[in-house]
Ligand binder design. Structure first.
Ligand code: THU
Length: 157
């Protein structure tokens, strides 16, 4: 992971992680029973959260990351400084492929993405300074990606 865990102010980081944990409580995941919470930090310091919302027609499921992004963008907010994602798994779980592409649309390639283990608090209490958070970015998670700028390129033919 190239981005630093400390690229966020400690209080922003704490608010963001707290937001992701809180969002997870609202996961609607009666089919997978796999709760996911996401939280976006906006450039104005707001935290916008999302949870996964499943559907009896499974393909209708919306992941936590996309819930948060769609909530924000639909309210006119498109500038983000960080994203945190948490599940009930005691290791850092990474966004799915479809979410990576949606994150790519709205977030800078180097924007910190914090993958938070479910036992974050326990790890912090146990002296792990970053609570086991893995920090990454969409540039790392989705290399050589296709994005909005590509549609602006001159076309030959
Ligand atoms: N899920 C997310 O919310 N985010 C991801 O990046 C991976 C998967 C959800 C979708 C579904 O409700 C459950 O986790 C199991 O796939």
């Amino acid at each position: 992971m190239s981005a630093s865990t400390w690229s966020l102010q400690p209080d922003d980081r704490q608010r963001l992680v707290k937001g992701a944990f809180a969002a997870k409580e609202f996961a609607y995941c009666r089919y997978s029973n796999f709760r996911v919470g996401a939280a976006l930090l906006t450039t104005t310091g707001q935290v916008i959260t999302g949870a996964n919302i499943e559907n009896a027609s499974y393909g209708g499921t919306i992941c936590a990351e996309r819930t948060a992004l769609v909530k924000a963008v639909s309210e006119g907010i498109r500038s983000f400084t960080a994203l945190a994602v948490v599940t009930d798994v005691a290791s850092a779980i990474s966004p799915c492929g479809m979410c990576r592409q949606v994150i790519r649309e709205f977030c800078a390639l180097s924007m910190p993405i914090l993958l938070v283990p479910a036992d974050y608090e326990k790890r912090l209490a146990g002296g792990e300074p970053d609570g086991g958070i893995k920090e990454t970015s969409i540039g790392e998670l989705l290399p050589d990606s296709f994005g909005p700028e590509d549609l602006e390129l001159p076309r030959d033919g």
